[in-house]
Design a binder for this molecule. Sequence first.
Ligand code: AMP
Ligand code: ZN
Length: 726
Amino acid sequence: MALRIHNTLTRTIEEVAPRKPGVVTLYTCGPTVYRSAHIGNLRSYLMADWLRRALQHQGFQVRHVKNITDVGHMRQEMLERGEDKVIAAAIAEGKTPQEIAQSYTGAFFRDEARLNILPAHVHPRATEHIPEMLAIIQELVRRGHAYERSGNWYFSVASFPSYGRLSGNLQASLQGGARGEVDPLKQDPRDFTLWKAAEPGRSLKWPSPWGDGFPGWHIECSAMSMKYLGPQIDIHTGGVDNIFPHHEGEIAQSEGATGVPFVRYWVHGQHLLADGVKMAKSVGNAYTLGDLEQRGFDPLSFRYLCLTARFNARLNFTFSALRAAEQALARLRHRVWEWSLDGWEASPSSSPGPGTYGQAFWQRVEDNLDLPGALSTLWAVVRSELPAAAKLSLLLEFDQVLGLGLAETPAAFRVPPPVAAAMEGRRVLRLQTRYGEADALRDQAHHQGYRLEDTRSGTQARPLSPLERRRDRWSAVSSSREVPSLLGEPDAVEFSLVVVCDYLQDVQRCLDSALRSAGPHSLEMVAVDDGSTDETAAWLAALARQDRRVRVVHADHPLGEAAARNIGLKQSLGRIIVMLDPSAEVMGDLFIPVARHLQDATVGVVGPFGLYTHDLREFREVSHTGDVDAMQSYCFAFRRALLAQVGLLPESFRYYRNLDLYASFLFRDRGYRILADPSLPVRRHEHRLWLDLSDEERKRLSRDNFRRFLRRWGQRRDLLVTLPVG
Ligand code: AMP
Ligand code: ZN
């Protein structure tokens, strides 16, 4: 049997038959190293890794090249995408682009190693291959595929008739070669840059026959694949976003220069989404592997998660899915560990295991890398009646492709001497039926991070899985949907304070001040820990243990402002809800005046910082007591019963800005007044969510939220109150 894989070029599933029998040449478009790879990028590299492992298992010798796009294109990328924060910051810290590239290259190699991705045989760096790029450009010039304008060289798409064949996207190709760039020098908007003359003052530049300059985006991959794998390669991989224009450009350049077909099989991995949308740093959903580790996940849980979807299907990343993957992997390791206790030697090759399982597994793998199918065969083996030794050897054989590191499990489960002593102690104590002392030893081991289990072969010890460790601390939710609503329950206290917590110092000031000022009022505080990774979560958990008025809901990742507030609202049991921002500090008795204002049934919302507007575009703060159009979120109080009418907050507001406008209009729409009372004792401090962002990010996020607001309320001037002039 041979591996069959979907080829983007032919749009069919084809048997992989390399040009040279026995050897497969594989090129993978590698990382751009001016930032950490996010787990979406890493999914693409996992795909290439599975492909390579599958080919190796079939007996092919695979020669794998993965380039590093280093300083060469950094500035161009920055200019085109306007995303130069990391570099700007680093340069401000006195680092050179080379140092940046070097440190992110190192980070990338570490990420790959943690994911058990086999290192490519060659990791060529773009900056070290400028002469090779120039040689191809010169050949393109010689063959009439390139032309010059003002010192820049362009590829002439008209000279290469099959341009567009890979992407099949002639529409897109008509929009021009490079990302959003409009270059008036081009003869044809489809043409793309091969070489650009350095502008005065540019530091990253290289000499060429046409003076100093720097290469275009696609040429590096043509040059490096040709140098290390020859003019014709078997398989080229990348993410789907690489198909156009990058790979289309590579084909045109390589074939234009050599006159022979460049790549036999183009294999493209589909995107990883997060919370249902494309990963982007600005949305706050572009996680790095380090982020997952910081949250206590084993990187291999992510590898397992990626096995649960076909490489050419989108995969939606959520923390609950990651947790499920982690549990499955922990179960798998646990079984391997149990089986290995009966004195097992790692010898996958001697697998005598019933052939049917092995066949079923490899059939799935060979069928366009159906790894979800292969995984279910693996679980069928786990559940089967086969002897432990047979299961083990089958699993180890499968793991040569899956790469979950199962062979290392017994070693990873090896315990340090004190735990081994506790293990032996418990075994003996149990034999003597001294169960109390035996349990004390088990608890002691638990504190050391190990679980003692009593098996048929005596008491055994293994490390706690990350999940078991986390359960010791607190449980966490992955979305507001998981949090039950108490809105139908009768009032249990007079006030609920709802605070979405981020930035420990602010949280401490806000919560302490509010609890201090509560005095004799019957009050509860619902603190929502919106996926913090600093000490906030632990501080809140400790506070809740000390102060029975405080309840904490932990989210396992940032859910966004509206979702986090909704969790607090749903969990509130107070007759009056006071939403506070962590940047607010309560300076006196807030509760008596708030309750007094809200006795008036026509008043929906009360707070100290009111806004008015006459056009729904510009909002101004008022300094007198009276009716306003909106209340700012620093302190926003209302009767809980009204939530049944106005509903919860729209969770598309991940960023806090302008959510308070939207919320205010929900109350106005139901006919309620919004009352400002600037004498309410609340002080505002710097808003850290705001300070932490760059100007550009603030503008964009605020603008996006304002659009959301306008889409819903832009036509509702009828809801505005008319203020006395002045
Ligand atoms: P870059 O470092 O931006 O050049 O991207 C490296 C690789 O990651 C490329 O092959 C991209 O196609 C791929 N990639 C980018 N975003 C995603 C995503 N959300 N999911 C999967 N792959 C991605
Ligand atoms: Zn590339």
